[in-house]
Design a protein around this ligand. Structure first.
Ligand SMILES: Cc1ncc(COP(=O)(O)O)c(C=O)c1O
Length: 458
């Protein structure tokens, strides 16, 4: 693959050294493919196969991957479905059905609509990653050299720092997430200006609903944010890559906030604000241990001259992502890839969404309850971050009076309450994250009562 089309696009300009270097070598895939098409005797595949009767008592004459007979007691999926490797980028049918899912999640209902066709045509077919974490890792590695900066909100999932600073050695350019209880778009804009002075690309990582705060932009904030990114791209004339971590995408509990990923609005922009969607089954389909995520790039019509180039560009991007997967995890768990495909294909997306609604409703009740209980606390040393969804709420504590870790320790010892303290004074954070997703509705009033009592101790 000579990457002739991708080299002409702003994504290539924004690539890290690894991003430029990585590709999936043809090697065994080339020879395996040729053997499938041309050979009579095939000795290319590094997986043991045989006639079932030769390794299973009472087995058939079918040529199957060799397997241990006991495994069939634990799954209704067939041996052919769960034993073999999937291809490096994931099972093609699962990738395609997840693309349909992404299109469905856009809420563009009219297929004739120009927005619909742009989305459908100009996104890559999702490549399957080892959970969203692996997708975040890949996306960060593609764009960040060790000394590069990536813009992140000060309130963010802690694992970003493991990936960005500890692993890659890049810098997190943090901006204060909220100002006057609204998203601090000015702060983000200033961070973009700062990075634009030192870098040829701007990389931003956004996550709504946010971990740890549960924040989702209002529709008005969402439009202002998209507009600001567009204006910044025009001003600085540098690609803005937006990594969109959609881990909690379907858990939005308020009416006046964005009810779908910001990926979609960013993708519709003609400017080089380039969104990369990172989603997966973990929370979205409530299969935490399945470890299946997806990485999908939003491309711009202006980058290519015709449909042929568009296909080549997608192939080149897939090849780079597959190069990454091959070099790190080789390929992902086949059982869950098959499961997802079956869920959507056999049960249908509507039914899956309907079943999930039960869980969404359960969480919404807890969301309403925890927020109304929190409003009853009247303590000048505590404030609640704006939250409209996700799995968490975040309480800020007055750092001069209460240290978050001491508070968490006190909560545990005296009140038998467990929460996560986050104390990063250099980023102006001192507070606790409460995961109400894992607390029954009936226990929430008691939980907040104990937190209130602990606050009064300080
Ligand atoms: C914001 C955020 N992104 C990504 C992830 C990771 O998802 P996965 O378990 O699919 O790797 C989490 C999980 O807690 C998360 O909170």
């Amino acid at each position: 693959m000579n990457f002739s089309i991708i080299q002409k696009t702003p994504i290539y300009k924004a690539f890290s050294e690894i991003g430029k270097r990585i590709f999936l070598p043809e090697g065994i895939f080339y020879w395996a493919k040729r053997a499938r098409e041309e050979a009579e005797l095939i000795g290319t595949l590094g997986a043991a196969y045989g006639f079932e009767k030769d390794f299973i008592d009472g087995g058939s004459n079918d040529w199957l991957p060799c397997y241990l007979k006991e495994i069939t007691d634990y799954s209704r999926l067939t041996v052919k479905e769960i034993v073999p490797y999937t291809s490096i980028g994931g099972l093609q049918e699962t990738r395609e059905i997840w693309k349909e899912w992404i299109v469905q999640k856009s809420l563009y209902s009219n297929k004739e609509d120009i927005l619909f066709s742009r989305l459908n045509k100009y996104i890559t077919t999702p490549v399957i990653t080892g959970g969203i974490t692996n997708g975040i890792f890949q996306a960060c590695s593609l764009f960040l050299n060790p000394s590069d900066s990536i813009i992140v909100p000060n309130k963010r999932w802690g694992n970003y720092d493991n990936i960005i600073s500890k692993f890659i050695g890049a810098k997190s350019k943090s901006f204060e997430f909220f100002k006057n209880n609204r998203i601090n778009i000015e702060g983000l804009k200033t961070a973009i200006e700062d990075v634009a002075k030192i870098q040829e690309k701007i990389v931003i990582l956004l996550n709504f609903p946010n971990n740890p705060t549960g924040y989702v932009p209002t529709t008005e904030e969402g439009s202002t944010l998209v507009e600001m990114l567009k204006e910044s791209q025009l001003t600085h004339e540098k690609p803005i890559i937006v990594l969109v971590d959609d881990a909690y995408e379907p858990y939005v509990f308020k009416d006046n906030v964005l009810n779908r990923s910001i990926f979609y609005d960013l993708h519709q922009l003609d400017e080089n604000v380039i969104p990369i969607k990172l989603d997966g089954i973990t929370k979205e389909l409530l299969i935490y241990g399945g470890r299946i995520g997806f990485i999908t790039l939003g491309l711009k019509p202006s980058w290519i001259e015709n449909n042929g180039e568009l296909q080549i560009l997608k192939d080149e991007i897939h090849n780079k992502l597959e190069g990454f997967i091959r070099a790190t995890i080789s390929n992902c768990n086949s059982f869950y890839q098959v499961l997802i495909h079956k869920l959507f294909h056999e049960k249908g997306m509507e039914q899956i969404m309907q079943s999930r609604r039960e869980v969404q409703n359960l969480l919404k009740e807890r969301y309403d309850c925890i927020n109304s209980e929190l409003l009853k606390i009247n303590n000048p040393n505590m404030s609640i971050d704006p939250n409209s969804g996700g799995f968490f709420v975040f309480l800020n504590l007055n750092a001069n009076k209460i240290k978050a870790t001491e508070f968490a320790d006190r909560l545990l010892k005296q009140y038998k309450v467990g929460i996560i303290p986050i104390e990063k004074l250099d980023e102006n954070i001192n507070g606790i994250r409460i995961a109400y997703c894992s607390i029954d509705l009936s226990e929430i009033p008691e939980l907040i009562k104990r937190i209130n009592s602990a606050l009064n101790d300080f």
